[in-house]
Every structure is written in C-alpha cells, then in structure tokens.
Design a protein around this ligand. Structure first.
Ligand code: NAD
Length: 240
C-alpha cells in the first residue's frame, strides 16, 4: 500500500495551462512540484492551495533544473510524473527573426524539456515507472505564419517525445505529447479580424479553456496505460 502521495512536477506550473494542470493533478491525488520563473507569489499561493511546493526553475539553465529537481525530490520525493509545460512564444516575420530569437525559443521550449527529462528519468528508471507529458502545440503540425522558431521548437519536442518513448518503454516509462489548439489563456491575437478568422477555422468555434488541456494531461498521467509516443490534440476539431 502506498503510504505517501505520488509526485508530479509541472514546469511553468503557476500560470495558464500549467496552473490548470497543477490543480488537476492535485485533484487526481498528486503532490505537485510547481516550477516557476515569474509570478513567485502566485506560485507560492497555489502551492498552499493544493498542498504542493513552489520551486524556482529556469528550464533553459541546466544548473537551475538540477537544483530545482533536487529540491522537489528532497521535499516531496522522486517524481513519477513530469509535465514539460514551460514555454515561450512570439510572432516574428521570418526575415526579421534573429539567430538569438531562434536559439532562445529552442533553448526554452525544446532543450528545457530535454534537461528536465534528463533530471527526472534516472529515478523513474529505478522505480520502473513514470509518465512524461510534453506540451507541444498544434501549430507544430499545421504550421503557423511568423512562428517559424516556435513551430520548429514544438516540432522537435514531438520528435523527441516519440524517440524517447521507444527508448524508455522497457523501463515502464510512458512519454507522450499534448498538442493543443488555441487556448483562451494564451497570448492575444493581434487583431479582432485575425481572432475571428482563426475561430471560424475551428469546428467547435471557440478556443479551449486551460482546464480542457489539463484534462488531457490528467488522462495521460493517470490512465492511458497503452499510450506512448502519441500526440493528443485538444483542438476543437481543427483538421490536421
Ligand atoms: P503561459 O505564458 O501562461 O505559460 C508559459 C509558462 O512557461 C509561464 O509560467 C512562464 O513563466 C514559463 N516559462 C517561460 N520561460 C521559462 C523558462 N525559461 N523556464 C521556466 N519556465 C518558463 O502560457 P500558456 O498558454 O499557459 O502556455 C503553456 C504551454 O502551452 C506553452 O508551452 C505553450 O507553448 C503551450 N501552448 C499554448 C497554447 C495557447 O494557445 N495558449 C497553444 C498550444 C500550446
């Protein structure tokens, strides 16, 4: 019989989709390690609310990742679930996109997930179980104008997920992606016209609530025993 709750780690777990995921996993019975880089007070308040811990982790910085995961392990125990939710996005026309902007996007969205997975996988291998859920984006599959670096970073995250799912399957570790369509908590579209046009392309005619993305994450964290290397898209029916 398990004497303590299982542990989940959510990067960027104090805002938007990450916050909804932290709450959903706490409701599902996890102790949640909420990793944050901004809005420290919101992270601490949420940690109190859901009996988790809030830990500063900049996923683009290997030392910060190692230190944050160590703190979570000391305070809660080794994570059985990792949700790589932290991400940045911006829109920049291709010819204006600098090398620095491209590199930064991949450093956070792709390498950040790589570093987090490297930090938690050894303990998952020892325990012969684990669930890793990477938050990609439907734009990685559909493409999106003025987001070459963002879509590349999320496309790489999907490929990384599929390869790691194969490599870690013998250890009982499942690795999947959630690739949402547009979410209400996301950055505002630049104009009402653009928002209306985007909405019209979605059969359900609305953006997702963060809680609807969190539902998909919870499914992969607690059920979905035969899912690995998959991409689940809560996208309102927008065609791939
Ligand atoms: P958000 O800005 O609320 O969440 C992003 C989180 O990542 C924030 O908490 C931020 O502080 C954190 N973060 C940024 N840089 C970081 C770093 N270097 N280290 C650690 N954390 C860092 O926006 P959101 O919409 O909730 O996005 C969450 C995830 O969902 C992102 O990966 C995003 O790409 C993805 N996504 C969002 C949408 C959407 O429409 N909102 C759609 C598809 C995918």
């Amino acid at each position: 019989m398990r004497m303590t709750k299982p542990v989940a780690v959510v990067t960027g777990g104090n805002t938007g989709i990450g916050r909804a995921v932290s709450v959903a996993l706490a409701e599902a019975g996890f102790h949640v390690g909420i990793c944050y880089v901004t809005e420290e007070q919101a992270a601490k308040d949420l940690a109190c609310e859901i009996s988790g811990v809030a830990v500063y982790v900049d996923v683009s910085d290997e030392a910060s990742v190692k230190d944050g995961v160590r703190q979570i392990q000391e305070q809660l125990g080794s994570p059985e679930v990792l949700v790589n939710n932290a991400g940045i996005q911006e829109r920049v026309p291709f010819l204006e996109m600098t090398t620095e902007q491209f590199d930064r996007m991949l450093a956070v969205n792709t390498r950040g997930a790589f570093l987090m997975m490297k930090a938690v996988v050894p303990a998952m291998m020892n325990g012969q179980c684990g669930r890793i859920i990477n938050i990609a984006s439907q734009t990685a599959l559909l493409g999106r104008s003025e987001m070459v670096h963002y879509t590349a970073s999320k496309g790489a995250l999907i490929s990384m997920t599929k390869s790691l799912a194969r490599e870690l399957a013998p250890y009982g570790i499942l690795v999947n992606c959630v690739a949402p369509g547009p979410v209400t908590s996301g950055p505002a579209l630049s104009s009402v016209k653009e928002r209306t046009a985007y909405m019209a392309s979605i059969p359900l005619q609305r953006f997702a609530a963060p809680e609807e993305v969190a539902d998909t994450v919870r499914f992969l964290a607690v059920s979905g025993d035969y899912f690995t290397g998959q991409v689940l898209s809560p996208n309102g029916g927008e065609v791939m």
